[in-house]
Ligand binder design. Structure first.
Ligand SMILES: *Cc1c(COP(=O)(O)O)cnc(C)c1O
Length: 370
């Protein structure tokens, strides 16, 4: 082994074997590779309407203050979230994206020898943060692409310290009922922290109201994570948050960097919370787009997994990679999900009406090409 390779052995065991998260392909990269000028990205569940006007105005108004450190306590944003969700500010942990909350939880609660439970086909960040701290991942087989809560509960041992649940789940879009979820959480031992990842909860139909915040009163071991990256259209700024008991928030805040949220992110997120018009428009665009895409799949004779999020998994009934590549050549970026154990599916983020139309056309052509 040469000395460059030996350096890898200095990393802790989990990191030596770690395969980093693979993000959706950036638009500029595809434009460079294929010399394309019009590229559509429906790959990272971003808001196709962009950020709202209020968030943009808030950013503009504080640009002049960029020489100053941000408010490390995030007072304004926490206060606005506390009012919105009727919790106390000391129950909130702000993160550089909700991804950071997942990572803070892993760093604060895990050590080698402890176990973490999550579902097959669940969000790719759970195995990464688990492995990075040397804890043991216990992956529970999915049922109908969704979480098997009974089997997850049966997998709990005295070594289990975290259970990750994404609801709705990414990439499958599956949604657990609130009743099933609450009885799962109530059956967990208090020694096991439940991280309920609600990155897409704003898109869940009001026919299935989400009442997880009420559960915080009863379960001190519950962390709910949410984000400004999806429905609020601020993915580029990196801002998300955890809601929990004050004790868990205190623990998470101990391992958090003092200035983990930049000043633009704090200001934009706080303003975005007041922009219900943009949020409603986003939700309506998503609902119409979901119908447009699934109608298109139906016309093509394709099946899909019903999704509660702002994306949908379509089943091509054959290897998806060649179709993914054919779509790239036509300037459309979607997301292959073979790394989630779903080699025949593609995940499509819901776009604007025009983006969805162009995608469906490109898909129709690509299915004939390959
Ligand atoms: C997008 C996503 C997140 C969070 O993303 P951030 O941009 O870090 O807030 C978290 N969980 C799931 C399941 C997601 O899909």
């Amino acid at each position: 082994m040469n000395s460059a390779d030996k350096i890898y052995h200095l990393a802790i065991p989990g990191v030596q074997q770690l395969i980093p998260y693979k993000p959706g392909k950036p638009i500029e990269e595809l434009e460079r590779e294929f010399g394309l000028t019009r590229v559509i990205k429906l790959a990272s569940n971003e808001n196709p309407l962009g950020p709202g006007k209020k968030a943009l105005a808030a950013i503009q108004s504080i640009l002049k203050d960029m020489a100053l450190y941000p408010d490390g306590s995030g007072f304004g944003l926490k206060h606005a979230l506390a009012v919105k969700y009727a919790v106390e500010s000391d129950q909130i942990t702000l993160g550089n994206g909700s991804n950071e909350i997942l990572e803070l939880a892993a760093r604060a609660f895990l050590t080698p020898g402890l176990e973490v439970i999550f579902s097959q086909h669940a969000f790719a960040v759970y195995p990464i943060v688990t492995q990075a701290v040397g804890a043991t991942a216990v992956v529970v087989t999915a049922v109908k692409y969704g979480h098997d809560l009974e089997a997850m509960l049966e997998s709990v041992t005295e070594k289990t310290r975290i259970v990750f649940i994404a609801n709705p789940n990414n990439p499958t879009g599956t949604l657990l009922s609130q009743t099933a979820l609450e009885s799962f959480i109530s059956a967990l031992p208090e020694s096991c922290v439940c991280v309920l990842d609600e990155a897409y909860f704003e898109f869940v139909s009001s026919a299935e109201p989400i009442d997880s915040i009420d559960w915080l009163k009863t379960y001190p071991n519950l962390i709910i994570t949410r984000t400004f990256s999806k429905a609020y259209g601020l993915a580029g700024l990196r801002v998300g948050y955890g809601l929990s008991s004050p004790q868990i928030a205190d623990i998470l805040n101990r391992v958090r960097q003092p200035f983990n949220n930049n000043a633009l992110a704090l200001a934009a997120a706080e303003a975005a919370l007041t922009d219900s018009e943009h949020l409603q428009q986003t939700i309506a665009t998503n609902a119409r787009g979901m119908e447009q895409l699934t109608d298109g799949f139906k016309n093509l004779g394709l099946e899909w997994i019903p999704s509660a999020g702002n994306f949908v998994l379509v089943d091509l009934k054959r290897l998806a990679q060649p179709v993914y590549e054919a779509l790239l050549r036509k300037g459309v970026i979607v997301r292959p999900v073979a790394n989630y154990g779903l080699p025949n599916h593609l995940r499509i983020s819901i776009g604007t009406h025009e983006e969805n139309r162009l995608f469906l056309k490109a898909l129709t052509d690509s299915l004939q090409d390959v």
